[in-house]
Design a binder for this molecule. Sequence first.
Ligand code: 4AD
Ligand code: MG
Length: 467
Amino acid sequence: MSDLRKTSVQELLRSTDLDREVLVKGWVRTRRGNKYVQFIAVNDGSGFNSIQVVANAEQFPEEQLKADGVENGAAIAVRGRLVASQGKGQSVEIQAEEITVYGSADPTTYPLQKKGHSLEFLREIAHLRPRTNTFGAVLRIRHAMSFAIHKYFNDHGYFYIHTPIITGSDAEGAGQMFRVTTLSDTKPPLSEAGEVDYTADFFGKATNLTVSGQLEGEVAAMALGKVYTFGPTFRAENSNTARHLAEFWMIEPEVAFHDLQDNMDLAEDFLRSLVRYALEHCPDDLQFLNDQYDKELLSRLQFVVDNEFKRLTYTEAVEILKSAKQKFEFPVDWGTDLQSEHERYLVEKHFRKPVILTNYPKDIKAFYMKLDEDGRTVQAMDVLFPGIGEIIGGSAREDSMQKLTQRMQEMHVPEEDLWWYLDTRRYGSAPHAGFGLGFERLILFITGMANIRDVIPFPRFPKSAEF
Ligand code: 4AD
Ligand code: MG
């Protein structure tokens, strides 16, 4: 086999150059047939569809294939002729001439059986679930969306900034943090007051995993103008929901001289471009997910591409919610944070399209958001999506040193930790705005999956860090 170059399954399926010798390597998805002929579906991950290998029983008796371990899950190489397919469902197939088994998979113990498995069960074998149709599709879409995000920003003149994962400030206010330490578990050095002495720790101070790259992103925007981050973020909240992870990826653009309006325009154009990219580049995977899980997936994606988002203020939304006929579990009152039931009512029932809510009460938003003239609200924006709720959170940033430090004092954010952040306001401060897109929430929307634990290879959530 060695003189022949391996071809990917996707390339072969597209090929019109038939009746030639080919070599393919991948994993057996199914093997079926009878005493005359065996059909082996081989998938190498290059795309959704497998290629059918036809093995004539004279050369490859079923008993021999079994004895060699050509079973569901085995890794094999097949050399043979690429020919037009006689059967339905594929245009080409391979007539096997030689089959090599790299690694067999004992059918009596291999956890993935031909019959489908529940998503809950597959979560318990997250190391094997990439081999299923569903997770192959999700992971390829995840890749395509990562690429589309970088492409969008690169095409629009943004610079990718790598913000730190380990952070020395725990003041960003976006959520509970995970401590990073090398101090002894059993006998950490103690201060006179009996507290752990982090000056003796690796970094000479207490450090945590970051909840957001925003503050460092702002620093970069004050020099490079248009920047974005795309990295992992960590939140130690005990949120056991289908929308929360303890480790998730976030995309955070930050743009000098943008106001709230520009920020909304960017968020909307960005999201619609990403959905369009998925429709154009992932048709097979999306079609499968549409057929298998959610018959409205493709039409919902097309709807987002074709329609503008509804924009309104928090205050207007509260009026709508108060006069809604629907009973909510949590009452709505101006000044309280909206719950996901409220967000979903606005998006799914009232407007029936994505919504951007702006100008929230200052007390329910972060210290760095730009104060409105009324002094009661801030220039925040949340983008709400059907089936998801909040997919983006962002704002125009407070660029006045005086107003920013006043907000920090009111909200008990320690200035000494953020002296470097305050320097951006002290020297050459400029209006700017940005937002954070939760990558897994985007993938939830694009794939139509129902649980965020099923759109990341190895989910991290309370009591779960296996794999
Ligand atoms: O609204 P958040 O907390 O905003 C920030 O962190 C800002 N620093 C962003 C910025 O302005 N640069 O988070 C942003 C987005 C949310 O809208 C949501 O999509 C996602 O991150 N997100 C989560 N996704 C999964 N699991 C969690 N626990 C999440 N928390 C937030
Ligand atoms: Mg938010």
